[in-house]
Design a protein around this ligand. Structure first.
Ligand SMILES: Cc1ncc(COP(=O)(O)O)c(C=O)c1O
Length: 466
């Protein structure tokens, strides 16, 4: 294949579409329900419009209805997916016909899966599936309410105790998704005088949780303890947040580029300024530090007050948890709105996560295999000349630059039998689009060698490697 043309990224930015306005061709407004606007002076609700209101007050002028519902103008103008599809490089929402295994099927085609967060390969493990089925037999399919009211089942409490023990904390609270953990926990902890400091690459749900809170938000440069210290110094000097508390929230492993947070330095700064540390360890638990995550990896667990995890990656399920001291967990349980006003995680999800924790504890060979696969791929990509940024975890980015290059390369890799995720701005800084690859304990070397060969072929086609 010859080198693929690389259309300009600007062509993928939204433009107001010509049919975006609900105005009929003759310039007269048309109501959205297809009826002509009422121009005969009679109000459509049957009230008099002859200048006298029925209650003796002057009548309001007849209302000219707007041409359409302005709210939806942006929807009509939103044409990015259509443009990418028209360019033939759309790889989002691909529907799998099989489980999240090293090989998957899409439209009957077999692909090597390099896009799953099923790090320990447990989502299709017979023991995990059986545990989920057993929980359905005993507890049914749903909880029909929030934890606070009727939704708590014995298995929620058992899992919370197991997670707290596993993570070395006093208590844990489960939520229905990891996103809800951050949204609910961070927002309920932030009062008006508090300040929350976020890494610029923090996951979206951390940012949204901070936005929902009442405190002030600061964002420091990605993985830059020096910038965090500078901000804390400046706040102290200006009396900002006087009388309030400080919270620093970081990812343990950053989800797009697989780089690890310099947690010991962050913890050190937090001690200097009396700040609490919260680690989102969605990609660290099951992977780093004997499976206990980034804080254990660095040996700073006791100095990290709050750790959150998700069930949707190593833990083979859907849901999430936060753990910490008993008092704070009790507060979160009673104040996090995403817990109080949302249904409890389903029995099947809880049971799957619970047995996944048991397997993480008893089968370290899975983690060892995951790391072996990771080292194999890091070395393979680097030998081929790909830019894998600062990754040193099973999340390995291949930085390609322009958004379109990422879409087009992901499409070509799909054609060649490899599933990867194209990640573009705003999930990455502009001009730093990447192919996010991620690995499982259940990948065999044959899968990985196959994928590397295809990467080499496609990378050369696009001039990303020589
Ligand atoms: C770093 C990080 N935090 C939180 C979440 C949210 O987890 P969940 O998928 O359980 O909602 C994700 C998932 O993408 C994540 O990558």
């Amino acid at each position: 294949m010859t080198k693929s043309p690389t259309p300009k990224t600007e062509s993928l930015t939204p433009s107001p579409s010509s049919n975006g306005h609900l105005v009929s061709g003759n310039g007269h407004p048309v109501s959205t329900n297809g009826h002509a606007a009422n121009g005969n002076g009679h109000a459509s609700n049957g009230q008099a419009t002859n200048g006298q209101a029925t209650n003796g007050q002057p009548a309001a002028a007849p209302r000219v209805r707007p041409a359409g519902i302005a709210l939806f103008d942006k929807v009509k103008a939103y044409d990015i997916p259509a443009k990418i599809k028209a360019a033939g490089v759309w790889t989002y929402f691909r529907a799998l016909e099989s489980a999240q295994d090293p090989e998957v099927y899409i439209d009957g085609k077999k692909l090597v899966m390099l896009g799953s967060n099923n790090y320990l390969g447990l989502t299709n493990d017979p023991r995990v599936k059986e545990a989920a089925i057993d929980a359905v037999r005993r507890y049914g399919t749903g909880c029909a309410g929030s934890r606070l009211l009727n939704g708590t089942m014995k298995i929620h409490e058992e899992l919370e105790e197991k997670l707290a023990d596993f993570m070395g904390k006093q208590a844990a609270v489960t939520f229905s998704t990891g996103f809800q953990v951050n949204l609910g926990t961070i927002s309920c902890l932030l009062d008006r005088r508090d300040i929350v400091y976020l890494d610029k690459q923090d996951h979206a749900c951390i940012i949204d949780g901070a936005r929902l809170g009442l405190g002030e938000i600061r964002k420091f440069r990605h993985n830059s303890p020096a910038d965090l210290r500078r901000m804390m110094q400046a706040d102290e000097a200006s009396d900002a947040g006087k009388g309030g508390g400080k919270l620093v929230v970081v990812d343990g492993v950053y989800s797009m580029e697989g780089d690890i947070c310099p947690l010991p330095e962050i913890v050190d700064i937090c001690k200097d300024y009396g700040a609490a540390v919260m680690v989102d360890d969605a990609h660290g638990i099951g992977v780093l530090g004997d499976g206990r995550g980034t804080s254990r990896h660095f040996g700073v667990d006791d100095d990290v007050q709050l750790i959150m995890g998700t069930f949707s990656k190593s833990m083979a399920s859907v849901g999430g948890f936060v753990c910490g001291d008993r008092e704070t967990m009790d507060f979160v349980k009673h104040r996090a709105r995403t817990n109080m006003f949302s249904a409890a995680p389903s029995p099947a999800n809880v049971a799957a996560a619970s047995i996944a924790v048991d397997i993480m504890k008893t089968e370290p060979e899975r983690r060892e295999k995951l790391w072996k696969n990771t080292q194999f791929m890091l070395a393979g990509f680097r030998a081929l000349g790909f830019d894998t940024a600062d990754s040193n975890t099973p999340v390995i980015p291949v930085v390609v630059g322009e958004d379109f290059t990422a879409f087009a390369m992901a499409t070509r890799l799909h054609q060649e039998g490899v599933f990867v995720n194209a990640v573009v701005s705003p999930a990455t800084p502009p001009g730093r689009a990447l192919l996010r690859t991620s690995y499982m304990a259940t990948h065999e070397e044959s899968h990985l060698s196959f994928a590397l060969d295809k990467f080499a072929k496609v990378g050369r086609e696009f001039g990303v490697i020589a």
